[in-house]
Design a protein around this ligand. Sequence first.
Ligand code: DCP
Ligand code: MG
Length: 434
Amino acid sequence: MAQDRRRTSDPDAHPDYRAPADRAPGIRAAGACWTRTILHADMDAFYASVEQLDNPQLRGQPLLIGVDHPRSVVSTASYEARPFGVGSAMPMVEAKRRCPQAIIVPPRMQRYAEVSEQIMTVFADFSPRVEPLSLDEAFVDLTGSERLLGPPDVVARNVKAAVKAATGGLNVSVGVSGCKFVAKVASDFRKPDGLLVVPPDAMLAFLAPLPISRLWGVGKHGEELLRNMDLRTIGDVASADPLWLKQRLGSLGPHVYALAHADDQRPVVADREAQSISSEETLDVDVSGRAAIEPYLLRAADRVARRLRRAGLRAGGVRLKLKTHKFQNLGRQVALLPPTTSSSALYDEACKLLAHVDLTQRYRLIGLGAYDLQREGAPIQGLLFGEPERKKNDKLDRALDSLRERFGKGAVQRGSDMGARERFGLPTGKLPDD
Ligand code: DCP
Ligand code: MG
């Protein structure tokens, strides 16, 4: 969730501030300074934007998401409503008083969860190390991926474009920097539709003019203590004596001193990927029958396998996921022996699982997931036969990965994929979100 809506002056106005890389390519050229590359992404006015996406009549309108009840609070406000001083957590009564013309829309959590799944899937396409913080925001660790994905500003632009494409038009604000704290402040800095890259050697200058309220984990009480010590900006804290800070603030002292120096070693914790890797699609038109479902499984298997290989993981099981047109979720799963990173193995097993579901039903969502994930280096149990075939498939998959990474995801398709698309009457060219 975006941290703090209060803004003070633009740091560009600060005398010590150097323009970040998105406006000064020269800084980016000093790429060696990127020991860690952390991206933070946060959707703009998330619930309100989803409502505007789904209902064109709400676009351009001031919206308050929440229940119109004397005791309720606002979940969020659209950017059209924010100039009236309304926002998250404000009592609905007060928000209505400040912005009487606002349209009040009740939240639809299930829909927001669906969009959340779409954006997290996009992030996972850029790195196996994705740490979701809430429905609408995540950290993505891009460390070491510059050769594969390009420099930070290019990746940031690509993430924004991919989120827009996957959701059908939503904006995400993105910040990239050398640690979590600065990446998060950066993503909030140019909202809405923001993009800010703060290279590690510009982090201190970026933080210095910002108010202490931006310091993570300080809270109202901490802010008051700092203000009483005449510390108003992060730069004030950075240049204070660390011993004095500790004497006056106890354990908060070293904490704020470290943050003010952009010293934040917290790793991106990708627990979601540790449990399963999946890919699913909500269809424009419901489908039924094996022939219609299999091409979607093929595409999902390819994506999941690619992510497994990038993350250095093998799947010990594959899960078929379907949602009927009546929103009933169906899951079927089977263990894989040996564990695999092979797209065709995932696809074949998922197709076999189709025998265990009612194929006359109409389905609105089709997905495939890999679970029981194991590190690639770990010894494979029970691998007695099929090794040469597995190695051949592995090599083919990796060759396809490297071509896709160099020339774009639509650049190559395996013969079986094209065959399937022809068989099922799907376009043989690039699919919408390949
Ligand atoms: N939310 C909520 N109650 C809050 C804060 C947030 O229900 N007190 C919900 C509604 C938001 C969503 O979480 O849409 C994401 O929270 P953010 O803080 O990221 O706020 P927004 O995405 O709405 O706006 P911003 O563009 O400032 O990120
Ligand atoms: Mg948000």
